[in-house]
Design a protein around this ligand. Structure first.
Ligand code: DSN
Length: 436
C-alpha cells in the first residue's frame, strides 16, 4: 500500500538508521490500516497534522509564553504559539486559550492548581459512571489532593431518564457540600450535556463551572453539540479525539483573571518546556477544524453513531440510555448473553480486527477489569469516509463475533470481512481506496 511521501520517507530513513524501529512502526501502520478503529477517544489525523509533529520544532526549549520566554531564539515559536492560541479562541468562541498542556489530565491538573487549594471540595461524576480519572479517582492527583463529591446518574432502568445525569440530585449534592468547583464533561457519556443547567447549579453556591469537553471537543467546536461557552467559567479538553489533532491538551476561558491564574498554573505550576512541535500541530488541526468541511465531518460522526447504535439494537444488544446523541455509545452485553463480559468481548473483537475497549456500564455488578460493556465510537471510521451502510455492516460483524463466543473460525472469517472493508476506506495519507 502506498502512503504519503513523508511517511514513506520516514520509513526509508529509519530502515537505514534504526531497522528495529522501522519494522515496529511499519507493523503498527499496517495494524491501523487493516483494522476498524472503534475506540471513541481515537481518530486518524491528517498528514499535515501528523508531520508537523515530526519536525525540527522539537529541537527548541521555549519555557514561558510568547513575548516572555526564558530562552533565546523563540521569535518564530512565539508566532507559532500565538497562531495556535488565536485559532483555538476562534474555534471555541472565547477570549483566552492556553495551548501548552501536554495532555487533558495535565490541563485538569493545572486548573485544579489555579482555582483550588489542597483538600478543597469539588463535585464531578464518578469514573465508573462515565467520568474521568482526573475528575477525582482515588489514585489520581485529583482524588489524592482534593476532595471529590460525586453526583449520580438515574440508575433506575424504569425511569425515563435512566442512565442519564440526575441534575436534581446534582443540585441537592452541591447545595449540601458547597464545592468550590463543579465539573462536567465525561469520557463515557452518550448524551447531550446541559451546560446551562450545570451553570445554574454552580451559581447557587458560587462554584466555578469547569467543563472538560475532551470527548466532544470537535462536536462543540463545530456546533454539532451545544457549546460550553458562555456557561462554563473554564473549559478543558484534549486535542486528539473528535477534534482530530495531535495528542495534547488545551484550556479555555473568557475570564481575564482566571486566564492569568491558569497560565501560571500550567507554567511554572505543573509543566516546564512546552512541546512546540505539538503546539504547531495543534494550530494546523485548529485550522482544519475551522473549515466548513469539519462541521460536515462532525455531523457524519453523530449520524454514524446513531446508525451503529440502531443496528446493534436491531441485533439484540442493549445500548445504555437507549441510544446516543454524540460520537459514542455503551453496549450492555448482558442483554445479548448473561455470561458475556466486556473483557472477553474486547479480546475477541480485537482478534477479528474490530478495536474497542471494555467499559463498565452504569451500576455494573462486575469489577472494572471484567465489566459488562464495551464502548464504541465513530470518529475514526468517519474519518475513513465510512457511512451508515458500513455501520450496519460493522454491527453485523460485531454480532457475529460476540454470538460466536470467540470461536476461531468465526474470528477468522470476520477478520477477512474487516480487511475487505478497510481496503475500500483509506486512512488519511494512504493511497486511494482500492476496489475489491
Ligand atoms: N483515556 C481517554 C478515553 O479513552 O476516554 C480519556 O482520557
Amino acid at each position: 500500500m502506498a502512503h504519503d511521501a513523508l511517511s514513506d520517507g520516514l520509513i526509508d530513513l529509519l530502515r537505514r538508521n534504526d531497522p528495529a524501529m522501522a519494522a515496529l512502526m511499519e507493523k503498527e501502520r499496517q495494524r491501523q490500516e487493516t483494522t476498524i478503529e472503534l475506540i471513541a477517544s481515537e481518530n486518524h489525523v491528517s498528514p499535515a497534522v501528523m508531520h508537523t509533529m515530526g519536525s525540527w520544532l522539537t529541537n527548541k526549549y521555549a519555557e514561558g509564553y510568547p513575548g516572555a520566554r526564558y530562552y533565546g531564539g523563540c521569535e518564530f515559536h512565539d508566532q507559532i504559539e500565538d497562531l495556535a492560541r488565536e485559532r483555538a479562541k476562534k474555534l471555541f468562541g472565547c477570549r483566552f486559550a492556553n495551548v501548552q498542556p501536554h495532555s487533558g489530565a495535565q490541563a485538569n491538573m493545572a486548573v485544579f492548581m489555579a482555582v483550588l487549594k489542597a483538600g478543597e471540595t469539588f463535585s464531578s461524576l464518578l469514573l465508573k459512571d462515565g467520568g474521568h480519572l482526573s475528575h477525582g479517582m482515588s489514585l489520581n492527583f485529583s482524588g489524592v489532593y482534593f476532595k471529590p463529591v460525586f453526583y449520580p446518574l438515574h440508575y433506575d432502568l424504569a425511569h425515563p431518564e435512566s442512565e442519564r445525569i440526575d441534575y436534581d440530585a446534582a443540585r441537592k449534592l452541591v447545595r449540601e457540600h458547597r464545592p468550590k468547583v463543579l465539573m462536567c464533561g465525561y469520557s463515557a457519556y452518550p448524551r447531550t450535556i446541559d451546560f446551562a443547567r450545570f451553570r445554574s447549579i454552580a451559581d447557587e453556591v458560587g462554584a466555578l463551572l469547569v467543563a472538560d469537553v475532551a470527548h466532544i471537543a470537535g462536536l462543540c467546536a463545530s456546533g454539532v453539540h451545544p457549546s460550553p461557552f458562555p456557561h462554563a467559567h473554564i473549559v478543558t479538553t484534549t486535542t486528539h479525539k473528535t477534534l482530530r489533532g495531535p495528542r495534547g491538551g488545551l484550556i479555555l476561558t473568557n475570564d481575564e483573571d482566571l486566564a492569568r491564574k491558569i497560565d501560571k498554573a500550567v507554567f511554572p505550576g505543573v509543566q516546564g518546556g512546552p512541546l512546540m512541535h505539538v503546539i504547531a500541530s495543534k494550530a494546523v488541526a485548529f485550522g482544519e477544524a475551522l473549515r466548513p468541511e469539519f462541521r460536515t465531518y462532525c455531523e457524519r460522526v453523530v449520524a454514524n453513531a446513531r446508525a451503529l447504535a440502531a443496528a446493534l439494537i436491531r441485533r439484540g444488544f442493549r445500548i445504555t440510555t437507549g441510544g446516543t446523541d454524540n460520537h459514542l455509545m455503551l453496549v450492555d452485553l448482558r442483554a445479548k448473553s448473561a455470561d458475556l463480559t466486556g473483557a472477553d468481548a474486547e479480546k475477541w473483537l480485537e482478534a477479528a480486527g474490530l478495536i474497542c475497549n471494555k467499559n463498565g456500564i452504569p451500576n455494573d455488578p462486575r469489577p472494572p477489569r471484567v465489566c459488562s460493556g464495551i464502548r464504541l465510537g465513530t470518529p475514526a471510521v468517519t474519518t475513513r469516509s465510512m457511512g451508515p451502510e458500513q455501520m450496519d455492516a460493522i454491527a453485523g460483524l460485531i454480532d457475529r463475533v460476540l454470538s460466536g463466543g470467540g470461536q476461531a473460525d468465526v474470528l477468522a472469517s470476520v477478520r477477512a470481512g474487516v480487511k475487505e472493508l478497510c481496503a475500500q476506506f483509506a486512512m488519511p495519507g494512504m493511497a486511494a481506496p482500492v476496489e475489491v
